[in-house]
Each structure stands twice: as structure tokens, then as C-alpha cells.
Design a protein around this ligand. Structure first.
Ligand code: PLP
Length: 385
């Protein structure tokens, strides 16, 4: 299938023309249609006598199916979780170690995907091996080098959350398989914007929070579970992920059997009545755009941002080594201290990390936003150099 470059979808969002929002990696704005779905859901909470048991199941199952479509897998392999950390904790719980085993992570990886493994390693007298940031943006050879016979878990992203540096998950997956090591992925910073073939990569567990590139609600996310772990142990025991839970009258006829597939790993109150309809609408829209088309379209924007940043003296991660949907602009000396304030005053939203700026557009952005970014950035850094 060949990708299409989509035109600006700004009309589907409520973003005033004076706002230059280039910060989807921080938080994706809700679609207008998702907000409407959320309002209807909140309204229902005001009138609980209109609720039926179906409200606890139908939207969740729809979201599970949509999440599965996004990953090219079956709904039975998707659990609904409250956060990436919940998904990662579930993975850790089901990947016991032995003393001396190793867990591979990246330098400056997102903390939820670091603390989980520090504790897991401490629980089993195992070691966390941290891959150092390479000088040339190319993490993959360093990761392949770090995964060896003692590695039991590689807990990684698809791209680095600070600047979009891309990891070749096919190569990493092969290396994991060759070393009988479980691959655990946190794709919060890529799912929805960067295609991922889960049947090819075959992670043991993969999780993503929904509030960034899935344009979904906060406190909501997915966990994909490989078939080998479907009879694993969930973090919580709750009524709704047992077989027959739809029959409320029978709930105290306690049930030993879990609902099928990965549903046993769902977080408590996974029906999340106010949030699930928002996630459902957002996923439908993302699938309608097509992740390949989103990636292609955002790649056009980030290429333009990269070119204009380099013209004024920024270093940018190499195009063939970064994800299409975000990039890091590195200033060779210190960025002006008041840059954050200045950008805020001019209604430009990006993320400043040390002397680098993370820029992460989505389909609501167009060249006007890029123009505005550089109208503010260029004079500010000129005075700093
Ligand atoms: C790579 C990555 N993972 C996870 C998260 C969110 O983690 P959690 O859902 O545990 O709050 C973020 C948020 O910035 C992130 O960048």
C-alpha cells in the first residue's frame, strides 16, 4: 500500500489560529468528535438509571478491537490498562528472573520504563544494563551489542521520547529471539504515528498510554500480550475480567475462570465509563486516516522543520535515524534562558529539554505553524550565539 500525504486536519480540532501547537509528544489534543463523545459519557454519569450492564462491556470491547486493528493483532491479545507503567508492571510481574540475569534499557529512557526494571532487578538480584546514547543517533548497533546470553528482558521504545531517534525493532527482535530474551516495548511515543508490525516484531508485551499519539484520554492505554503469556498473572483481581461478569445477578457465584485472552490483565474499572468513548472515537479517526498516512504526512512537516532549523545553526538528528513524527533541535551552545517564556508568550508550544528542543507536530499543523515557530526561534537564538 502506498502512503498518502494528508492535508491539514485542523478543522477537526479546537485549536485557535494564534496557537502553534507542536507538542503532541507532550499531550495530543482531543478531537472535537472525541470531546462530544466524552460529554455524552459524562452526561450519562449524571443519569445512572439510564445505564445498562452493556455500558460496562460494549465500548471497552470496541476499543479493544480497534486497538487490535491498530497493531494488526486479535482483540484477545489486547488488555486495557490505565497507564504505560501499569502495562510495564504487568510485564515485569510475568517475567520472573534469576540472580545475575540482565535487563537492557536505554540511557535517558522514559522513567516509567526505567523504575519498573530497577525494582524488578533488585527483587531478583539481577542487573540493569543501560545502553549509552550514541554520538551518531544510531541506537540499534549499541542495543544489539548489549543484548547477550545473560539478557532476559530488553525493555525499549520504538523511538526515543526525547528526540524521536528511531530503533530498528526488527533487528532488535531477532537479537532477542536469538538470546531467548523477552522484548518489552513502551510505544507511548509512537503508537498511532509510526507503523508497527506486531506479528513481525513479536514482543512479549507492548504497552502505550493513549494521551499522546493516540489522541486519547489521560489515564488510559493498551497492553498487547504475546500468546505465550496469556495465562499469566494479572496485577489485580477484579469482578469484570472473570467469565460471565455480564450477569450482574450472579456476581457472587464466584468464578475461578478469567474472561478469555488478555482481558485478565485489564485494570480495575477498565470500563472507564467517562474515558472509553473518547478513546473509541479517537481510534476510529486514526484508523480512518491510516497510520502509514499519518507517518508520511508528519514526515513532510518534520523534514521542513529540520531543514529550517539547520539553516539557522541547530543540529538535528539524521532523517534516516529518526522517526517521522518528531525531532530534536540541538543548539551548539546554551539556549537563551528565557526561551521557554518567549515561546509561551508567542503561543508556541514545544518541549525544551536542556539545550535541545523537541518538536512534535500532528495533522492539525501546517506550514503556518512552522513559519511561526521560526519567526520566534530564529531571532531568539541569534542573540544567544
Ligand atoms: C515514552 C513514554 N512512556 C510513557 C509515558 C507515560 O507514562 P505513564 O503512562 O506511566 O504515566 C510517557 C510520557 O511522557 C512517555 O514519553
Amino acid at each position: 500500500m502506498s502512503e498518502r500525504t494528508l492535508t491539514s486536519q485542523r478543522d477537526l480540532f479546537e485549536i485557535p489560529s494564534y496557537v502553534t501547537y507542536l507538542n503532541c509528544a507532550y499531550m495530543g489534543p482531543l478531537l472535537k468528535s472525541a470531546l462530544d463523545a466524552g460529554r455524552t459519557a459524562i452526561d450519562l454519569r449524571q443519569h445512572p438509571w439510564r445505564m445498562t450492564p452493556d455500558h460496562f462491556f460494549d465500548s471497552s470491547e470496541s476499543v479493544r478491537r480497534l486497538g487490535a486493528r491498530l497493531l494488526g493483532t486479535s482483540a484477545d491479545q489486547i488488555a486495557i490498562v490505565s497507564s504505560a507503567s501499569y502495562g510495564l508492571a504487568t510485564a515485569a510481574q510475568n517475567l520472573p528472573l534469576e540472580s545475575g540475569d540482565e535487563i537492557v534499557i536505554l540511557a535517558e529512557q522514559f522513567p516509567s520504563n526505567v523504575y519498573t526494571w530497577h525494582r524488578h532487578a533488585a527483587d531478583y538480584a539481577a542487573t540493569v544494563v543501560t545502553v549509552a546514547r550514541p554520538d551518531d543517533d544510531d541506537w540499534t548497533p549499541a542495543i544489539l551489542n548489549a543484548i547477550g546470553p545473560r539478557t532476559r528482558i530488553a525493555a525499549l521504545p520504538h523511538c526515543h521520547w526525547t528526540d524521536g531517534d528511531l530503533i530498528d525493532l526488527e533487528a532488535v527482535s531477532d537479537q532477542c529471539r536469538a538470546n531467548s530474551c523477552a522484548l518489552v516495548l513502551d510505544v507511548t511515543q509512537s503508537l498511532g504515528a509510526l507503523p508497527l508490525d506486531v506479528t513481525r516484531i513479536r514482543p512479549a508485551f507492548l504497552t502505550a498510554a493513549a494521551y499522546k499519539w493516540l489522541l486519547g484520554p489521560y489515564s488510559y492505554g493498551f497492553l498487547y500480550v504475546d500468546e505465550a503469556y496469556l495465562d499469566g498473572t494479572p496485577l489485580e483481581e477484579n469482578w469484570i475480567n472473570r467469565e460471565g461478569a455480564r450477569d450482574f445477578a450472579q456476581l457472587v457465584n464466584y468464578q475461578d475462570r478469567y474472561a478469555p485472552g488478555a482481558r485478565r490483565f485489564d485494570f480495575g474499572e477498565r470500563a472507564s465509563l467517562q474515558l472509553t468513548p473518547i478513546a473509541e472515537v479517537a481510534l476510529l479517526q486514526i484508523l480512518d486516516w491510516g497510520v502509514e498516512n499519518i507517518a508520511q504526512s508528519l514526515g513532510v512537516l518534520t523534514a521542513e522543520i529540520a531543514g529550517r532549523a539547520e539553516e539557522i545553526g541547530f543540529g538535528v538528528n539524521r532523517e534516516d535515524r529518526r522517526a517521522p513524527h518528531m525531532l530534536g533541535l540541538r543548539w551548539p551552545t546554551h539556549l537563551p534562558e528565557n526561551l521557554g517564556e518567549l515561546l509561551k508568550r508567542e503561543n508556541v508550544s514545544v518541549s525544551i529539554r536542556g539545550d535541545a528542543i523537541r518538536v512534535s507536530p500532528h495533522l492539525y499543523n501546517d506550514t503556518h505553524d512552522i513559519d511561526h515557530l521560526f519567526e520566534v526561534l530564529a531571532p531568539a537564538v541569534r542573540t544567544a550565539s
